[in-house]
Structures are given as structure tokens and as C-alpha cells.
Design a protein around this ligand. Structure first.
Ligand code: S3P
Length: 459
């Protein structure tokens, strides 16, 4: 990788762009960060639980660090232990939810939508005046989806632009009102915000979603002594309920490797003509593995070996793990339904890259939610891949990708969106010429050290 540097405000230098050269061969075992979704929740639930929680192997990207920082502002002791740059151990000691207090200033959520939406659910039931803000990207992301249910539960929430955008204020109090709520868009963040507020409500809170989104909050609450009931809802949906007032217990958690980070290497291995990559101890929760199944439908040669979950001494969070080997593959186009999009939401950018190398036209339908992520990922992925020689078109909320196309390299814009930056970097490994990526440092939002790992798999 080559970098172009410019001075930054801190007096050091930040790379404006990164250059990725084509790779002759890919081999090795790319190191992965701890799962971002599970890491956020492990920290937040540790803040709610009275006592000591040990979290091993959390993701050490900027978003998870933001959550750690915010809980410390609410009165939680947060000690960082060993970090290898990608994963970190935490020791958290909390007085429990009743011992937390409002922060002495604005809670800066940085770039992290998960932090914002989940902590809002906690703050709704924490007496005090809470002010949340974030970076320019986060200030553009929709919040009405959590503000409406939290207000229904009795929290006083206000936000910019008719209660839809950061900055946001939450006046928390307890008890809240339990609600039975159907989410307008399937979103694990919205579901989790309501369930976390539901812990401080009187009675049973239920969230109904038309497609089951990631269920880490449910599993992790259950492991911490809060019974969570899951029932079928509609054809493919789920209704999730819990009773308010049950204390969250402090336990240990070993965080699996992040399947959303592994996705970059699964695609790299499948599309590169001379590749064999191994990924170990990856979390394969059924609500997170949609990309693996979509790639297999495309013909990707992915071997999967289930692995015994390592357990912290006093925990059983029940997240299944697997090792993977992926090899160069001949891919075929597929049709990706709106339900599959909801379940592979973070992996759609890298799936688009896979589709550029598949025979036929891949359609990804009903992907409008991608516009509400760290950037407009529909526009960004189409522009970036087309700049490299792909044929991606956008039709309303659908993406159409014609393949296979030889990628020639070129200049791409990450829009400071980590998943776009990493997708274009992987594209650079199979392009014929050099690929340039703007603001490559944003990869460390979810995957610190990503570019070093990328260089390490060249063989
Ligand atoms: C996440 C849920 C998803 C995902 C995000 C992490 C979570 O967002 O895009 O990266 O940890 O709950 P939505 O649930 O809003 O789609």
C-alpha cells in the first residue's frame, strides 16, 4: 500500500489516500477484530450490571472505543487490558443502572450509529439530562425510528430537524411505559433500543419485526439473567418480549471474531484467481451469516468447520463459531431479495464486488436502507466500482451488477465510510492496475490495522 499524507489538526499526518497494487497470490490467515455488534452490547450491558464484567477480545475499532468512553462518562469504571491492535480486553466495574448518573457534558457518539441508538434506549430510563451528538456523517443519519418508540414509552426526547437528527436530548426517568411496537424497517438497533428501555419499564415490552434482524441483544440479555421470549410473527418475522424490572447480571464474555470483517476476506479469496485464505473462530450466529450463504449460492468454494465456542468461566452467551477456508471460485450471478438484504445489510458493499466477478447480472433488490448508513452506500458503491471498470447500475432501491468485468484499477472515493474503503481496497487486489482510495483511515472504525492485514495476505 502507498499513502499520500497531509498534516492533520492534531499536528501529525493522516493519509489522504491509499494506493493498493494488484496481488499475484493470496495466502494466509488474516487477523480479525472482535465482533463490533457484540462488543458494543457487552460494554453497554456491563454498564447496566452491578459488579465486575470481563470482556475478552472486543473489537478495538473507533466505534467500540466510543461506547467504552461513553459508559465511563456515566459513572462506570472502564479498564483497557491487552490489545493486539484489533482486539482488546476490558474490565468493567459498574454500580449498576441505579448507580449511573448523567454525564458532565455532551456525549459524543463519533461515527457510531449503534452507540447512538442503543445508548439512547438506556438513557431513556436513566434519570437525568443527556445530550448526544456525533460527527458529520452521524448527524445525517435517521433517529426518528428510535425517538418515536422511546417517546411512546414516556421518555422526553428532542432532536434537530423535527426530532429526526443529532444533536438529541433525552430526559430520562423511570419507570417507563411498556409498549408493543412493530418496527417500520427491520433494524437490530431500533429493536435493541426499545428492549434496553424496556428493562426500565413496568410490564412487558414487545418488539415485532417483519424480518428477524441480528439477535445479539436477546442472547446477551438472556445470558445475563433477563428472560427474553421470541415468538414467530407474520410469515418470516419475529416478536421479541421481555419484562421490565429484571436486573442485568455481570458476567464474562468472550467476543467472537467479526463475521462482517471476515466477509472482506471471504470475497477476496473467492474472486482472486490464486487464493486460499483461512479465517478462524468467526462468529456464525444464524442472524449474521447471510453473506456466507449468498456467496455459496453464487458458487464460492467456502469450507466451514464448526468450532467449540470458548467460554468465559461464568458465561454462556451461546454464539456459534466456525473456521473457514475460502478458495478461488467461478461465481454465478444471483438474485438477492429484500429480506436477504436486511440480513446481510453490512455486507452488501463487499457482495457487490463479488457480483462484478460473477457470470450474469446480479440483482440486489430493496436496498434503500443502505442510504441510511455511514454514507449513501448505494451511490458510493456504484460510483466506486464503476470507477474501477465495473458495470453497476442503480434502479430506485435496486442495484444491478453485470459480470464478469475485468477491474482495471482507478481512483475511488470512500466517502469516509469504512465498509466502502475496505471494499475498494479488496477490489484493488484483483484489478490490473493500481487502485486509489480516499480517506483509508476510516477503515479503523470497525477494522483497525485492516491495510496491514491486506498487505500481509499477499504471497
Ligand atoms: C447493528 C445493526 C445494523 C448494522 C450496524 C450494526 C447492530 O444496523 O448496520 O452496523 O449492532 O445492531 P440496523 O439495525 O439499523 O440496520
Amino acid at each position: 500500500m502507498t499513502t499520500q499524507a497531509r498534516p492533520n489538526l492534531a499536528g501529525g499526518t493522516a493519509a489522504d489516500t491509499a494506493g493498493v497494487r494488484p496481488a499475484i497470490r493470496l495466502r494466509g490467515t488474516p487477523g480479525l477484530p472482535g465482533d463490533k455488534s457484540i462488543s458494543h452490547r457487552a460494554l453497554l450491558l456491563a454498564a447496566l450490571a452491578n459488579g465486575e464484567s470481563l470482556i475478552q477480545g472486543a473489537g478495538d475499532g473507533a466505534d467500540v472505543r466510543t461506547t467504552a468512553q461513553l459508559i465511563s462518562r456515566l459513572g462506570v469504571t472502564v479498564e483497557r487490558g491487552h490489545s493486539d491492535g484489533r482486539r482488546v480486553d476490558y474490565r468493567i466495574v459498574s454500580p449498576g443502572i441505579d448507580g449511573l448518573h448523567e454525564a458532565d457534558g455532551v456525549l459524543d457518539c463519533g461515527n457510531s450509529g449503534t452507540t447512538t441508538r442503543l445508548i439512547a434506549g438506556i438513557l431513556a430510563g436513566l434519570p437525568g439530562y443527556h445530550v448526544l451528538d456525533g460527527d458529520d456523517s452521524l448527524r445525517r443519519r435517521p433517529l426518528a425510528r428510535i425517538i418515536e418508540p422511546l417517546r411512546e414509552m414516556g421518555a422526553e426526547v428532542h432532536a434537530r430537524r423535527s426530532n429526526s437528527l443529532l444533536p438529541m436530548t433525552v430526559v430520562g426517568h423511570t419507570p417507563l411505559r411498556a409498549i408493543d411496537y412493530s418496527t417500520a424497517v427491520p433494524s437490530a438497533q431500533v429493536k435493541s433500543a426499545i428492549l434496553l428501555a424496556g428493562l426500565r419499564a413496568e410490564g412487558r415490552t414487545t418488539v415485532r419485526e417483519s424480518v428477524a434482524t441480528r439477535d445479539h441483544t436477546e442472547r446477551m440479555l438472556q445470558a445475563r439473567g433477563v428472560t427474553v421470549i421470541r415468538e414467530a410473527f407474520g410469515e418470516r418475522g419475529v416478536a421479541v418480549s421481555l419484562e421490565g424490572g429484571i436486573p442485568v447480571q455481570a458476567i464474562g464474555e468472550i467476543v467472537p471474531a467479526d463475521v462482517s470483517a471476515a466477509a472482506f476476506w471471504l470475497v477476496a479469496g473467492a474472486i482472486h484467481p490464486d487464493a486460499e485464505l483461512t479465517l478462524s473462530a468467526v462468529g456464525v450466529n444464524p442472524t449474521r451469516r447471510a453473506l456466507i450463504d449468498l456467496l455459496r449460492r453464487m458458487g464460492a468454494r467456502i469450507e466451514e468447520q464448526p468450532r467449540d465456542a470458548r467460554r468465559a468461566s461464568n458465561s454462556d452467551t451461546g454464539e456459534p463459531l466456525a473456521d473457514f477456508v475460502v478458495r478461488s471460485s467461478a461465481l454465478q450471478a444471483i438474485d438477492v431479495s429484500p429480506d436477504a438484504v436486511a440480513q446481510a445489510i453490512d455486507e452488501i458493499p463487499i457482495l457487490c464486488l463479488a457480483a462484478t466477478q460473477a457470470r450474469g447480472t446480479t440483482t440486489i433488490r430493496g436496498a434503500g436502507e443502505l442510504r441510511a448508513k455511514e454514507s449513501d452506500r448505494i451511490a458510493g458503491i456504484a460510483a466506486g466500482l464503476n470507477a474501477l471498470g465495473a458495470r453497476v447500475s442503480v434502479d430506485g432501491d435496486d442495484l444491478l451488477i453485470a459480470g464478469p468485468t475485468a477491474l482495471r484499477g482507478g481512483v475511488t472515493k470512500s466517502h469516509s465510510d469504512h465498509r466502502l474503503a475496505m471494499t475498494f481496497a479488496v477490489a484493488g487486489l484483483i484489478a490490473t492496475g493500481a487502485t486509489t482510495i480516499s480517506d483509508p483511515g476510516c477503515a479503523s472504525i470497525s477494522y483497525p490495522g485492516f491495510f496491514a492485514v491486506l498487505e500481509g495476505v499477499r504471497a
